[in-house]
Ligand binder design. Structure first.
Ligand SMILES: [Zn+2]
Length: 475
């Protein structure tokens, strides 16, 4: 970098707090010495008489302004001051000066130097750093603000991989009708006490595949779809719910909230016995002779296939002994009898027709939504500072979210009593087995099975089994 040949020396007389007045001559002398040492040529002395050196002074310093104008115009190619505080005491002004220096490329030096050994040098470096940092922050603030404003207008983040339900490459702005149908079907299933596992089987049956890997659906992948705010048209910013998408979405916000409540509270009682069962009463039947848990198996005898329940002699029973192997019965007959027992029990405990009053927050939600709309309009018309707007908005939104969660919880509670256990019980689909077994466990503790004579044509006597209901006294 060429040495400046037309340096302006800025000197200022001021009355600072400590009363340390520094004579203009002394300042000028030190600056000239510095220029000589550096080999810089001096063109002009800018001398200012400014006795109000306070940091809040708004008074224009005419000489300073003139000097900057000269520097910008290239009249001078460098500025030398005794110390930074001679130049200015206002950080904003210094910031501006350093920005100007950078932009117009004039040289700048103080007699105290810029090296970090002096407080002055450190200050300059700090300020230079602060200027750079401030610029960066301002930039990112601006970017974030525009992002937030986008979301605020209901435009969700367009990045990320495709989500089931949305058209490829549409940035979540267009729906894939076939997939939406499955999402809606799955929604109905989840609200009807079906599991994410049930939904995955249903989707796989329909030949649906995951958008990322093209693989079959499983429980986790199903959950991920329903956990995504996008499918409820909820726009988020920094994980905060900030409003509703203006684009179509597979579920309404309310439906999405309902699903979250269901997914959050999924805890089904495990049926008796943990492993996979194929029969509703597996584990419930005990041998009337020895007390072992009976095994249920498919058997084919003389071309006819049927199920039988038997005491297995190679199997350790509940009493720690091997089964006696003496009881062997047709399972279907037992199943029919036990089905009657369960059905009767469920009918007896059917919920009364009157439902408890729901937690009705619809009105409150409306009022809040109205307030948010009003706020947004004021902001859009420029009647509100961004900061105030987003601040008030986030408060209103969190209130709204709380109300919506309450509303969702009430809806789910209602839906659950409506679909009573009887409907679940009567759905004899294999996929429903574990849920049916849970219902059995709430009615039947155990069923003792006794032997009946072989080869009889007439059906076994009713007292060839003994049902122990849940909670019954045992002898
Ligand atoms: Zn036995």
């Amino acid at each position: 970098m060429a040495k400046p040949k037309r340096v302006g020396i800025y000197v200022r007389i001021s009355k600072d707090r400590k009363g340390q007045e520094l004579g203009i001559q002394r300042q000028e002398k030190a600056c000239r010495e510095l220029c000589e040492r550096l080999g810089w040529g001096v063109l002009k002395i800018y001398a200012e008489n400014d006795t109000s050196a306070s940091t809040t002074s708004k008074r224009q310093r005419k000489v300073y302004t003139e000097m900057l104008r000269d520097a910008r115009a290239g009249v001078i190619d460098g500025i030398v001051v005794y110390s930074i505080d001679r130049l200015t005491r206002r950080i904003a002004e210094l910031t501006y000066f350093l920005e100007e220096q950078k932009e117009h490329g004039f040289a700048f030096a103080t007699t105290e130097g810029e090296d970090t050994a002096t407080a002055n040098g450190r200050m300059i470096l700090t300020i230079k750093g602060a200027v750079a940092q401030q610029e960066t922050e301002r930039m990112s603030e601006r970017i974030n603000l525009s992002l937030l404003q986008r979301r605020e207008k209901g435009k969700p983040h367009a990045g990320g991989s495709r989500l089931f339900g949305f058209k490829e490459g549409s940035h979540f702005q267009e729906l894939e009708p076939g997939e939406v149908e499955l999402i809606r079907l799955g929604y109905e299933m989840l609200m009807d006490q079906k599991t994410p596992g049930d939904v995955s089987r249903k989707w796989n049956e329909h030949g649906a595949r995951t958008p990322e890997a093209g693989t079959a659906w499983d429980i986790q992948k199903i959950k991920r779809v329903y956990r995504s705010e996008r499918i409820g048209g909820i726009v988020t910013y920094k994980r905060q719910d900030i409003g509703d998408s203006i684009y179509p979405h597979p579920l309404t916000r309310q439906e999405w909230e309902n699903v979250q409540t269901v997914l959050d509270s999924r805890a089904r009682p495990a049926g008796k016995g943990a492993g996979k069962r194929k029969h509703v009463y597996s584990g419930f039947l005990t041998c009337g002779h020895c007390g072992s848990t009976m095994r249920i198996q498919w058997a084919t005898i003389q071309g006819r296939t049927f199920r039988r329940a038997f005491c297995h002699s190679a199997q350790i029973g509940a009493n720690g002994e091997h089964g006696c192997g003496k009881v062997n019965r047709r399972y279907d007959w037992i199943e029919e009898r036990l089905n009657e027992v369960v059905e009767a029990a469920l009918l007896a405990r059917r919920p009364k027709p009157q439902t408890p009053p729901t937690d009705d927050v619809t009105e409150e939600i409306k009022v809040l939504e109205e307030r948010i709309r009003g706020l947004r309009n004021r902001w859009k018309e420029g009647g509100m500072e961004d900061e105030d707007y987003f601040d008030s908005l986030s408060h209103l939104r969190s209130d709204l979210q709380a109300l919506r969660a309450r509303e969702a919880a009430a809806t789910v509670k209602e839906a659950r009593t409506e679909t009573d256990a009887l409907a679940v019980w009567r759905d004899e689909e294999m996929q429903n087995l574990e849920r049916r077994r849970a219902i059995v466990a709430s009615v039947i503790a155990e069923c003792e099975v006794f032997s009946v004579g072989r080869g009889r044509k007439k059906p076994p006597e009713l007292d060839s089994i003994r049902v122990w209901p849940v909670g019954a006294e045992r002898d």
